[in-house]
Write a protein that binds this ligand. Sequence first.
Ligand SMILES: NC(=O)c1ccc[n+]([C@@H]2O[C@H](COP(=O)([O-])OP(=O)(O)OC[C@H]3O[C@@H](n4cnc5c(N)ncnc54)[C@H](OP(=O)(O)O)[C@@H]3O)[C@@H](O)[C@H]2O)c1
Length: 336
Amino acid sequence: MKSPNGKFYAWRMGLKAGCEVAIMKDYKLKILLTGSTGMVGKNFLEHPKCLEYCIIAPSRQELNLLDYGSVEKYIRHHKPDFIIHAAGLVGGIQANIERPVDFLIDNLDMGRNLIGASLQAGIKQVINIGSSCMYPRNREEALTEDMVLCGQLEPTNEGYALAKVTITRLCQYITAQYPGFFYKTLIPSNLYGRWDKFGQTNSHLVPAIIDKLHRAVVNKQTEVVIWGDGAARREFLYVGDFADCLHRAIAKFDTLPMLMNVGLGYDYSVYDYYRAVANVVGYTGEFVYDLTKPVGMARKLVNISKAESWGWHSRSKMEEGLRKTYAYYLKHVFND
Ligand SMILES: NC(=O)c1ccc[n+]([C@@H]2O[C@H](COP(=O)([O-])OP(=O)(O)OC[C@H]3O[C@@H](n4cnc5c(N)ncnc54)[C@H](OP(=O)(O)O)[C@@H]3O)[C@@H](O)[C@H]2O)c1
């Protein structure tokens, strides 16, 4: 089978990361996806819309984004029509506190290399993935896209946030300076779901709670410790919904805003998440609070007006997302 640019592709339905995937009919776009082995990348690849594209999804072994020379060569060789940058060094609060140097340098270098090489190779359409950590800390109101760089960042993940802000600005500068180039950024809230990390050292809140409460049930614990007082509020979007938004962003790239939040538009307290996960996994014990632990921002909620005007909103309710994630955890993680 031959694509419009003359290359041959294997017909693979497995959508495995690190391979080239093609469809039998129209090649609308050749898309390069970074971070294909990560949570966002795998959920993107699992989406049925992938069958409409020719997707190049290199693993880190095939394309190390920290090596500019390799990135430039790879992009020049494959000449994608479109790039989605979903690679990054991503971790929970403890990992960010312990390794701020890695979170700053790795994310900055990966983004700089990929975006710089894309510009050099003349790639006109890029979707960069930012993070709601880019916003100022402790704002009660929902965070709008124009609030980036309008206040102090949360110190517990400042290195990661600085890298994300810099690459987002780089994308905006390129779009402003080079006519015909559109490097846009989506800013997802916290994400959870299939292919998440569930360990207690490098995971985010929701998968960490699932793992903690499932183990509490298995070990017949009557008490589980919550970091802080449980009052901090967080917004977690089911990652399948984010993958859905990414696919819509490709299909409707022309109307996609330059910078757009992607979230639920409402949030829950940490305690609410514990309660909801307890219902899903069947934990009936008590919760106790460790007030010596760091809890990060009091609130972090993104404003989704732009996404709604653009025509997108999330579909999965919290309980539904948690149930799907727990089913994934039981099948792929706990028994590994
Ligand atoms: N997870 C969230 O809650 C969340 C929220 C907001 C924004 N985001 C953003 O969404 C994007 C994807 O996050 P995620 O949750 O999918 O992260 P993830 O599961 O940790 O995946 C990260 C991906 O980046 C790849 N990667 C890391 N270093 C690399 C390198 N040097 N060269 C090439 N690839 C490299 C990883 O490859 P390996 O598998 O080889 O490590 C993996 O495929 C990131 O930009 C993140 O900042 C995530």
